[in-house]
Design a protein around this ligand. Structure first.
Ligand code: ZN
Length: 70
């Protein structure tokens, strides 16, 4: 039995998974809709999730052992 599971992605702590919002700029366009822009969370870049911690630990360990401490 294979038991390989991809680790769950973490919900972004900065936006709690609500990665994109519409911000009203004031006023309405010719069709009567509010003028809005879409803003994305800077940390997760609009995905709402971050890589699993294991990915970060692996990258840090690789950098530490490959580059060595100076
Ligand atoms: Zn985010």
């Amino acid at each position: 039995m294979t038991d390989h599971q991809n680790p769950a992605a973490r919900i972004c702590p900065d936006c709690d998974g609500f990665a994109s919002v519409a911000v009203t700029l004031g006023g309405r366009n010719r069709l009567g809709f509010l003028n809005t822009i879409t803003a994305h969370c800077k940390r997760c870049e609009g995905t709402g999730t971050l890589p699993p911690l294991r990915t970060l630990v692996d990258a840090a360990a690789t950098a530490a052992f490959a580059g060595g401490a100076k």
